[in-house]
Write a protein that binds this ligand. Structure first.
Ligand SMILES: Nc1ncnc2c1ncn2[C@@H]1O[C@H](COP(=O)(O)OP(=O)(O)OP(=O)(O)O)[C@@H](O)[C@H]1O
Ligand SMILES: [Mg+2]
Length: 411
């Protein structure tokens, strides 16, 4: 596991949560590589990702990898600034420039001089402020509200958005020229559900943090809990995972987190509901088509298709097939033998011809496979083995969890 720790993490404005970055999934490692390429340059960077994907941590990482690492890192959430104050906050103001401006004050650009200014939720900036921001970036100087004197600044800008700025540009809510100026380099953060290889390492990371903090350093995840974590769509991404683990550490017993201890949101991920619904609809359509064919032995055909698809999905592992379907292994075994998927003598699985004359229903298999994918992550059902890194992985690691490599602390 690649673990990047921040210098003096506990002095940072962020909580306990921001002490390190975990990168394990191939997508995250590719992103890390890209960050390492663009960070040392002076280019403005646009970080794009759903809420909770780690945009601010990535911005801090960019700063740490840049030549500005000894300068300030200032994070400003543009969405939290009111329209009337946003310009004075960013660019500063002179005494008496507006009601309430009792003193002159530097803005965030001046405060970040020599370092990095991170503008979060950049898409929320009002259009007039966007014009001024563009000017600041072009001229490399700010003019405080109520002043005419330009102040030179030396700031690297990293901006973040959780909405597609291209759409805001198309809707004339965001200036195109500013968009191009900001997005010299774009870092796209995948949603957690699209980088499943990060889920268990992150869970293990948060388990360590909260286990130690709450006095339960030996707390670990049961194999079923790992499966549940892998199957969840994580609409709130890493922030949600962190909160789920924090809660589970609080409520678990005997240092073992079971699925019932996970407080998983029922919100669907952005792409989740449509996919799942359409897959379930496809399954229903396939079944209805069979009804209309008035086909004989329909129940047996459906059951055979479920067993065959699940067994194949679990790479011919009876135990995992039983877990996936929520039935006993004996039933799985009996039904597989009944349908000729398993040889009762050897118990070894015999690959079956898809064209088995009595039972083949390829379209049904496809529909079931789609529905299985919608309801459970493929990795959730894979075999479980004991980990050789009990401390790192809470004692249990699934065979599909990414190999645990050495921790790398870059700072
Ligand atoms: N790679 C990571 N490794 C460890 N923790 C992470 C990682 N990425 C994010 N986190 C944690 O997840 C939480 C959310 O991260 P962050 O605030 O950077 O997300 P964000 O994308 O800026 O969210 P938002 O869009 O809501 O502002 C933080 O507590 C952070 O510590
Ligand atoms: Mg943020």
């Amino acid at each position: 596991m690649t673990l990047l720790t921040f210098p003096n993490p506990h002095q940072m404005a962020l909580s306990i949560r921001a002490t390190a970055l975990v990168f394990e999934d191939p997508k995250s490692n590719a992103l890390l590589h890209r960050i390492q390429l663009v960070a040392p340059s002076e280019a403005n960077i646009l970080i794009v990702g759903e809420t909770g994907t780690g945009k601010e941590l990535i911005a801090r990482h960019v700063h740490q990898l840049s030549h500005r690492r000894n300068g300030p890192f200032i994070a400003v959430n543009c969405g939290a600034l009111t329209d009337s104050l946003v310009e004075s906050e960013l660019f500063g103001h002179e005494k008496g420039s507006f009601t309430g401006a009792v003193n002159s004050k530097e803005g965030w650009f001046e405060a970040a001089n020599g370092g990095t200014l991170f503008l979060d939720e950049i898409g929320d900036l009002p259009l007039p402020t966007q014009v001024k921001l563009l000017r600041v970036l072009q001229e490399r100087e700010v003019v405080r509200v109520g002043s005419r004197r330009p102040i030179p600044i030396n700031v690297r800008l990293v901006a973040a958005t959780n909405v597609r700025l291209e759409e805001a540009v198309a809707a004339s809510r965001f200036r195109e020229d500013l968009y191009f100026r900001l997005s010299v380099a774009v870092l796209q953060l995948s949603a957690l559900r699209d980088r499943p290889g990060d889920i268990l390492p992150l869970a293990s990371h948060f388990l360590n943090i909260y286990g130690n903090k709450l006095g339960s350093p030996a707390v670990r995840l049961s194999p079923n809990t790992e499966s549940a974590l892998l199957a969840h769509p994580w609409p709130g991404n890493i922030r949600e995972l962190e909160n789920v683990i924090h809660h589970a550490v609080l409520v678990c017993q005997d240092n073992l987190i079971q699925p019932g201890h996970l407080h998983l949101s029922r919100m669907e991920s952005r792409s989740g509901p449509t996919k799942a619904t359409s897959r379930e609809e496809a399954l229903e359509d396939a079944i209805i088509a069979l009804f209309e064919e008035d086909s004989p032995y329909l129940y047996a055909k459906l059951e055979h298709a479920i067993m065959r698809t699940a067994y194949k999905y679990c790479q011919n592992n009876q135990l995992q097939t039983a877990r996936l379907l929520g039935i006993s292994r004996n039933i799985v075994r009996a039904r597989l033998i009944h349908y000729g998927e398993l040889n009762p003598k050897t118990q070894a699985s015999e690959p079956k011809a898809e064209t088995s004359p009595r039972m083949a229903y390829p379209e049904l298999d496809t529909a079931f496979a789609g529905a299985l994918n919608a309801s459970v992550h493929p990795k959730a059902a894979a075999p479980v083995v004991e980990s050789s890194h009990p401390a790192r992985h809470g004692g249990i690691a699934s065979a599909v969890s990414p190999p645990v490599s050495d921790t790398v602390c870059l700072y």
